[in-house]
Design a protein around this ligand. Structure first.
Ligand code: G6Q
Length: 552
């Protein structure tokens, strides 16, 4: 297929945007009382209301036609069938198989991969059980109380998000810590309060070659030895999750303490694999299986529902509507739940690493914008920070608002107040406040500076949002939510014609860092071959560190 922007439906969508861009959602709601029914979906414990968007039935129809033009159904079947759709790395994309029921049959290169997935899950489950039952103990006989996950990117963000989000489901056996940053303070601060004899380290790295992770793992090992641990005892305190078991064993972790996963699981899609070990240690296997079941339910929905009732398809298409046809450059995510505070960071990686691409699958330069800038912050707090720009700034910023209807804590009053804020924001962003309403609020006595004040108090509204309400933030619903976003990203990648499953952009900086690091460590600066700015900065840093005896 030629590039999607050459299709007639692309042109029609541009025309449709020009014809409808002056419509105000406030008027659409006034003339369409059943708008909520027509533009919302209920899936198990998740409700998606997309009625507060600048769309009509015709918009949805055209966007669905766009999906058909991009042959989305065929691509969904190719994903499902384990074809090597990650074309640049010649790999299948099978994270959905990780959450398929144990009796499923899913083939990659002619091999049913479900038995090996289940075998690893079983092994990891047995390990989790041993730790929980205190059969797995530290070298001095103390039970494991603290688990430190050392990983970065996909080997950090997913497990951290899910562990925090599902804290109310913790079985209370161990406390989880996450170390990712190359800033030594991250590891040092984490270890400060820990007793090595009751600490387990998970070295989580798909490639087992990521310098940040290996440096932190090495430092953790040195700390463990300095705290009275022995080389033999490392086996009781270090386990690895990786698809490169030889490298993990070369690091000194015995093969029986290495939990594998496969090259058909991308890092940012790996929380469903053994990379989810911190989650399993926190919430136990029963809850983790519920998490997988929720994601599987979303897979089944995505693979089978007609596009007009398909939540990932609709979210993907709405994103394209604003990104491409309204030229909105960003997309904000506002979770109204403290447990979901890392969701924006997780989605940043998922979306921007997947669809931050400028060439098509086969390498042709694309003539249109692809992945949006994803950003956001936990709700309510952000109302007191950047919401001003959403309400009265000049930019169109489509948003996703996410909240559980029922809370876990005992502070029910808090949650009701938060729900009210949540609903108020989407309402305000949609309807705005016009001059007549502002004047009515002043009543009979207008202030003497009304000419200045009036325009400041007007809210244009018409700011689009999707609302996602979870019945509660439980493992099943969280699984559904994360799989929803994974498939949304897939839908957009298919329509833009890009490979969402590689990440060459992550590599280039690493390559240059490998060159600069020895230069910074050298006692005597070698001749530098960078640009004038980088050379100048290296000299400045080197000189400062030399003066303070901070080399290497
Ligand atoms: C994710 C990316 C990237 C990766 C990290 C860590 O899809 O590939 O974020 O997860 O670079 O890689 P390792 O797990 O191999 O250490």
């Amino acid at each position: 297929m030629s590039q999607i922007n050459l299709s007639s439906v692309w042109v029609q969508l541009h025309q449709h945007q020009r014809a409808t861009r002056h419509l105000h959602m406030r008027d659409l709601f006034a003339t369409e009382p059943d708008r909520f029914q027509r533009f919302s979906l209920r899936l198990d414990g998740l409700l998606l209301d997309y009625s507060k968007n600048r769309i009509t039935e015709r918009t949805r129809d055209l966007l669905i036609e766009l999906a058909h033009t991009a042959e989305l159904s065929t691509w969904i079947k190719r994903l499902q069938a384990g074809e090597p759709i990650n074309i640049s790395e010649k790999r299948a994309v099978m994270h959905h198989a990780l959450r398929a029921p144990a009796d499923s049959e899913i083939y990659v290169d002619g091999e049913n991969i479900v038995p090996s997935i289940q075998a690893v899950l079983q092994r990891v489950g047995e390990f989790v059980e041993q730790v929980h039952q205190q059969h797995w103990r530290g070298h001095s006989g103390k039970p494991i109380r603290h688990v430190v996950n050392i990983g970065i990117g996909g080997s950090d963000l997913g497990p951290m998000l899910v562990t925090r989000a599902l804290k109310p489901y913790s079985v209370g056996k161990v406390e989880l810590h996450f170390v990712s940053n190359l800033d030594g303070r991250h590891l040092a601060d984490t270890l400060e309060a820990l007793d090595a004899a009751e600490t387990l380290f998970i070295v989580a790295s798909k490639s087992f070659s990521t310098p940040e992770t290996l440096l932190n793992a090495q430092a953790a090992r040195e700390w463990f030895l300095a705290q009275g641990g022995s080389v033999e005892a490392i086996q009781q305190h270090f386990v690895a999750v990786s698809s490169n078991i030889p490298a993990a064993t070369a690091f000194g972790i015995s093969p029986e303490n290495c939990f594998p996963f496969w090259d058909w699981v991308g890092g940012r899609y790996s929380v469903w694999s053994a990379i989810g070990l911190p989650v399993m240690l926190s919430i136990g296997m029963t809850h983790f299986r519920q998490f997988l079941a929720g994601a599987h339910a979303m897979d089944c929905h995505f693979f089978s529902a007609p596009f007009a009732e398909n939540a990932p398809v609709l979210l993907g298409l709405l994103g394209i509507w604003y990104n491409t046809f309204y030229r909105a450059h960003t997309h904000a995510v506002m979770p109204y739940d403290q447990g979901l505070s890392r969701l924006p960071a997780y989605l940043q990686q998922l979306d921007m690493e997947s669809n931050g691409k400028r060439v098509g699958r086969c390498g042709a330069r694309l003539d249109f914008n692809t992945g949006p800038i994803i950003w956001g912050e936990v709700g309510v707090n952000s109302q007191h920070a950047f919401f001003q720009l959403l309400h009265q700034g000049t930019r169109l910023v489509p948003c996703d608002f996410i909240i559980p209807a029922c809370e876990h804590g005992k502070l029910k009053t808090h949650h009701t107040a938060m729900l009210a804020n949540f609903l108020a924001q989407t309402e305000a962003l949609m309807r705005g406040k016009n001059e007549a309403e502002v004047l009515a609020e002043f009543g009979a006595k207008l202030p003497d500076n009304i000419d200045i004040l009036l325009p400041q108090k007007v809210f244009p509204g018409n700011q689009p949002s999707n609302t996602l309400i979870l019945d509660s933030l439980n493992p099943y619903n969280l699984g559904m939510l994360l799989a929803l976003y994974e498939h949304k990203v897939f839908v957009q990648g298919v329509i833009w014609g890009i490979n969402s499953f590689d990440q060459w952009g992550v590599e280039y900086g690493k390559q240059l860092a490998r060159k600069i690091e020895p230069e910074l460590r050298a006692g005597q600066l070698p001749s530098l071959q960078h640009d004038a700015s980088t050379n100048g900065l290296i000299r400045h840093i080197h000189q400062l560190r030399q003066q303070r005896n901070a080399l290497p």
